[in-house]
Design a protein. Structure first.
Length: 162
C-alpha cells in the first residue's frame, strides 16, 4: 500500500488495544502487572463500529487500564469471536508492548518470584551487537500475557532512553 509522503504529525499515543479471549483473566493479569485497576469497563454492540474495523458487527466487553500517558484497552470480542494470532516476535504484523522500569534487576527478580514466565533469559545490549553504541547497557526481558501478546520490560540506556 503506497501512501503520500505528507507528514501526518501523529506524535502522541492514546492507547494500545489488545484483543483477549477472557476479559476477566486479562483484567486480573494486567492489574497485577501494573498495580492499577480498570478505569473503565463496559460492553458494546454495534454494527457500525464493527464495520469501522472490517467486521460485520462488534459485540464486545472491554476494560481500560490507564498507565502514565497510555491506556491499555483490553477487548474481548464476543461477536464475532476471533482466532488466536499466536504472534511470534518475528512475524510481520505482530507487535509488543514495552514497560519501562527504573531498576530492571529488582523488577525482573520480583516478576520471576511472582510466577511470570519469561520467554528466555534477560539480555543486556553489548558493544558490537547494537548501534548506536550509546544504547549499550540497555536491559530487556520478554514475556507473554495469557493470550500470547508479546510484552517486554526495559531499563533503557543511552540511545534507547527518552
Amino acid at each position: 500500500m503506497a501512501v503520500a509522503s505528507t507528514p501526518m504529525n501523529l506524535t502522541q499515543a492514546a492507547h494500545v488495544g489488545i484483543s483477549v479471549s477472557d476479559l476477566d483473566a486479562s483484567i486480573a493479569f494486567y492489574t497485577a502487572l501494573t498495580g492499577r485497576a480498570p478505569a473503565a469497563q463496559g460492553t458494546m454492540s454495534s454494527v457500525s463500529f464493527g464495520e469501522t474495523q472490517g467486521l460485520p458487527v462488534a459485540g464486545l466487553r472491554y476494560a481500560t487500564i490507564n498507565l502514565d500517558g497510555l491506556g491499555i484497552d483490553l477487548i474481548q470480542f464476543q461477536n464475532p469471536v476471533g482466532e488466536r494470532t499466536n504472534g511470534m516476535a518475528n512475524r510481520p504484523g505482530s507487535m509488543h508492548l514495552c514497560f519501562k522500569v527504573d531498576d530492571f534487576d529488582a523488577v525482573h527478580t520480583r516478576m520471576k518470584e511472582a510466577g511470570y514466565g519469561f520467554l528466555g533469559d534477560d539480555y543486556t545490549f553489548t558493544a558490537g551487537e547494537v548501534t548506536p553504541e550509546a544504547a549499550v547497557g540497555t536491559k530487556v526481558a520478554y514475556f507473554n500475557d495469557p493470550d500470547g501478546t508479546n510484552l517486554e520490560i526495559i531499563e533503557p540506556k543511552g540511545g534507547f532512553a527518552n
